[in-house]
Design a protein around this ligand. Structure first.
Ligand code: SF4
Ligand code: SF4
Length: 395
């Protein structure tokens, strides 16, 4: 009787658990790219998860989703190898089949999706190329390397595949417009965001704000056609476009990002962390054996709510900023591990620059008309004010 009561309480408790929308998965820490921001750089290579283990992770989160009362609209798995994709081609293809079976058999209460992120394509085997041709989207982390280096590799993909080149803005002066142009000569769309390598400093933030301001001044000088052409080739994860979209929508973010709130990262050790970049022991949110640490999850939710910090509650850009990035906070030696003064400087400068640029773009109807089709910019009059969680444009 007691056991039955306990089981009843457990089931009732589980139904109150928070819904999860996105699970990032990495099956390996192996990498031959060595990007400076990657959390796997400091780990020994270790083993690679088998397909059976990855299927266990899928089963775990499908069961979790079926058990919660407040359902997410969908459950997405983002396969992110943090390194050389080619090593994991069989896992990727097997995972896609697994998710197809989950959907086909109606095993999850909500639709389940698989996305692919952080492909470096340094040595993609034919099997992976075929898979990506069906999949239709590839993100390549350039990390300061010449985009031309990737030309022969990405030429192997079908022309219908969308190729996104992402890069970091370094700590020394860079002509951003030129770098975007170089990426766009080889990729369909581009994204750039500041490099995140410790220590993050106020001097770096000031440099990045000045460079982004200079970029917008140079963009102002372009013809309507050229400016529209540029903006429509930015990815939604691009720092500038992301800021323009948030401002234009009049966003009111409840959280800066989904990390630790409705999304998490499953590492190759099958441990749970809030995000790909936050693999610190004190932020561990459970593992596949013991399950999700819900006490931690609740603490995290409170900690990350927009305005939870007094600095944020008093900040003029809270609605569009949503609060600090914990990864940045942990890399800023002047911060307190949960808020980075250097990041605040950057975010305030970024949104100030983007707001002024947005006003200037809106005075160019032909540009707005073209950009609206790409990302909805300029449709704010017809949309309700957006509420919710932010999309991370940093990782
Ligand atoms: S800029 Fe800083 S203080 Fe302002 S909302 Fe963002 S994280 Fe909070
Ligand atoms: S904003 Fe920071 S904490 Fe949030 S997902 Fe991006 S890197 Fe992680």
């Amino acid at each position: 009787m007691t056991e039955r009561n306990d089981r009843g309480k457990e089931a009732a408790g589980a139904s109150m658990n928070p819904p999860l929308q996105m699970v990032r998965l990495s099956d390996s820490r192996r990498c031959n790219a060595g990007c400076s921001y990657c959390p796997s750089r400091d780990f020994s290579i270790g083993r690679r998860l088998s397909l059976a283990e990855l299927e266990r992770v899928v089963d775990f989160f499908v069961a979790y989703t079926n058990g919660v009362r407040r359902k997410p609209r969908s459950l997405s798995f983002v396969f992110n190898t943090l390194g050389e994709m080619s090593l994991a081609a069989d896992n990727l293809i097997g995972l896609a089949d697994c998710i197809e079976r989950v959907n086909g058999g109606g095993r999850c209460a909500v639709p389940v999706y698989l996305f692919l992120a952080s492909t470096n394509l340094l040595d993609a085997p034919d099997g992976l190329v075929e898979f990506v041709n069906r999949y239709g989207y590839v993100t390549v982390s350039l990390h300061g390397r010449p985009a031309a280096e990737y030309a022969p590799r990405i030429a192997r993909f079908d022309e219908r595949v969308t190729l996104e080149g992402t890069d970091v803005i370094p700590r020394h002066h860079m002509d951003l417009l030129e770098r975007y142009g170089e990426i766009l000569r080889h990729f369909h769309i581009a994204a750039m965001r500041p490099v995140r390598e410790p220590p993050m400093t106020a001097a770096d933030s000031a440099l990045w704000v000045e460079e982004i301001a200079e970029l917008t001044r140079r963009l102002d000088a372009l013809s309507d056609e050229a400016l529209a052409g540029f903006l429509t080739r930015l990815s939604f994860g691009d720092t500038l476009l992301n800021a323009l979209m948030l401002l234009d929508r009049g966003a009111r973010l409840h959280y800066r990002c989904h990390a630790g709130v409705s999304s998490l990262q499953v590492t190759p050790e099958m441990e749970f962390y809030p995000c790909t970049f936050l693999q610190h022991p004190d932020l561990r949110m459970g593992d596949i054996e013991r399950g999700l640490d819900l006490a931690w999850h609740r603490r995290f939710e409170a900690l990350r709510r927009a305005g939870a910090r007094p600095e944020c509650a008093a900040c003029g850009i809270l609605d569009v900023c949503g609060g600090p990035c914990l990864d940045w906070a942990r890399k800023d030696p002047t911060g307190d591990r949960f808020l980075s003064p250097a990041e605040c400087l950057y975010r305030r400068g970024l949104f100030r620059t983007a707001a002024a640029f947005l006003e200037r773009i809106k005075r160019r109807p032909r540009v707005i008309e073209a950009v609206r089709r790409h990302c909805g910019l300029g449709t704010q009059d017809r949309q309700p004010k957006a509420k919710g969680e932010g999309r991370c444009s940093e990782c």
